[in-house]
Ligand binder design. Structure first.
Ligand code: GDP
Ligand code: IMO
Ligand code: MG
Length: 372
């Protein structure tokens, strides 16, 4: 069992990128298995943010190979720009391989995405406008263009630049597994945005859950070992759709401000709310989560009473359980047991509500701002 999976258990932007960066120390390959450049995974190194859309978040671990799996949809322009970006940070783009079975996002997909959103008017989904839905729709309709075909047939300069990175994705993964390599599968988006198990139709168009790692990388379920669920210590959502624990008050404003909750890809303000234990428990189920990495605990410092949604009532309202807040700055804490008492109680309560251990607590965006 050499493929471990990291997935978001909320509505995306849980901090998967920085959590993957941390775990990647122990893996030979970090692989994206789904989604496209609708994802924005940020790493913060000494105050500087690197926002990745397609390249896996293992770039800062020099030993790690980087793989974009067949379950992904790839905008060639974005990937080429990203090669330049990581190059500037001293990361060799040669480390990136691309499955021949990934599909290409074409300019026509982007146009169709924007047009459909405009046509929906007030009913718009709030997509990232990257052509993701139309590209997956073409794949399902059997009229899409695979990376293999794009590179074999197209004369475009983009195809020439990407061709050296395109590999037989199944052979790539399995040759490494046979050699005993360990693969870390990096999820994009979050469980509640999964095309089947999310808040349909306010979802993305791919399988974002742990099972998606099997189809997205071409491995059997028995290859999967651990599943780590990434959860923010509160909730956010970009775009339209149900958000039961949403706060449209001072506490929501605090979370948006302190947590800098503005989209990595679109810059849109993220909707903010309390931790939703109902949704997170559901996510633990559909992913088979073994342990949770809790992020952004530092953002809660200074809130007097911190809510957690523990049940949905049939009339659309929610039940919220309140916990004592804490004033202390927790960014310097490196061991979970050293958290201020109320913060420790909060983490333990989430652990109990989810039924799985919280094994990592992130207390700031920098790579070393985490507690175990
Ligand atoms: P992803 O899409 O799941 O990888 O998450 P994003 O990178 O889109 O959004 C997470 C944001 O929170 C980024 O700006 C991170 O730098 C930041 N972040 C991650 N972990 C922490 C944390 O523990 N504390 C704070 N304050 N910021 C964090
Ligand atoms: P990461 O990987 C947060 C949301 C969009 C919209 C819906 C559909 O950074 O967590 P799409 O463009 O995929 O058709 O949009 O899904 N969405 C995300 N929200 N984080 C993401 O990725 C997202 N990717 C898509 O805002 O509501
Ligand atoms: Mg993101």
């Amino acid at each position: 069992m050499s493929v471990d999976v990291i997935v978001g258990v909320q509505w995306g932007d849980e901090g998967k990128g920085r959590v993957v960066d941390f775990y990647a120390r122990d893996y030979d390959v970090v692989a994206r298995f789904g989604g496209g450049d609708n994802a924005g995974h940020s790493l913060v190194v000494r105050g500087e943010t690197i926002a990745l859309r397609l390249v896996p978040s293992g770039i800062l671990q020099p030993h790690a190979e980087l793989f974009i799996g067949g379950g992904c949809v790839v905008n060639p322009r974005t990937l080429i720009d990203e090669f330049a970006l990581i190059g500037k940070h001293g990361v060799d783009p040669q480390r990136v391989s691309l499955s021949d079975r990934a599909h290409v996002v074409l300019p026509a997909h982007v146009e169709a995405d924007l047009r459909r959103e405009a046509e929906r008017g007030t009913q718009a989904l709030g997509t990232t406008g990257r052509g993701i839905g139309p590209a997956y729709a073409d794949r399902a309709s059997r009229v899409g263009i695979t990376m293999r075909r794009f590179c074999d047939e197209a004369e475009s300069p983009e195809a020439k630049l990407l061709a050296p990175h395109v590999v037989d994705g199944v052979a790539y993964v399995h040759e490494r597994l046979e050699r005993g390599a360990r693969i870390l599968a990096e999820g994009a988006q979050g469980t509640m945005l999964d095309v089947v198990y999310g808040t349909y139709p306010f979802v993305t168009s791919s399988s974002t859950i742990a099972g998606g790692a099997c189809t997205g990388l071409g491995v059997g379920p028995k290859a999967i070992g651990r599943v780590i669920g990434v959860a923010k210590a509160y909730c956010t959502r970009v775009g339209a759709g149900p958000f039961p624990s949403e706060l449209e008050n001072r506490d929501g404003e605090h979370l948006r401000k302190q947590g800098r909750e503005f989209g990595t890809v679109t810059g849109r303000p993220r909707r903010c709310g309390w931790f939703d234990a109902v949704a997170a428990r559901y996510a633990v189920r559909v992913n088979g989560v073994d342990a949770v990495a809790l992020t952004k605990l530092d953002v809660l410092s200074g809130i007097e009473r911190i809510g957690v949604v523990t049940a949905y009532a049939s009339d659309g309202r929610v039940e919220t359980h309140y916990f004592d807040g804490w004033e202390e700055d927790v960014r310097g804490v490196r061991r979970i047991v050293d958290l201020p008492r109320s913060a420790g109680t909060y983490v333990q309560a989430l652990q109990r509500l989810l039924g799985v251990p919280v094994e990592l607590v992130c207390v700031g965006p920098e790579r070393d701002q985490l507690a175990q």
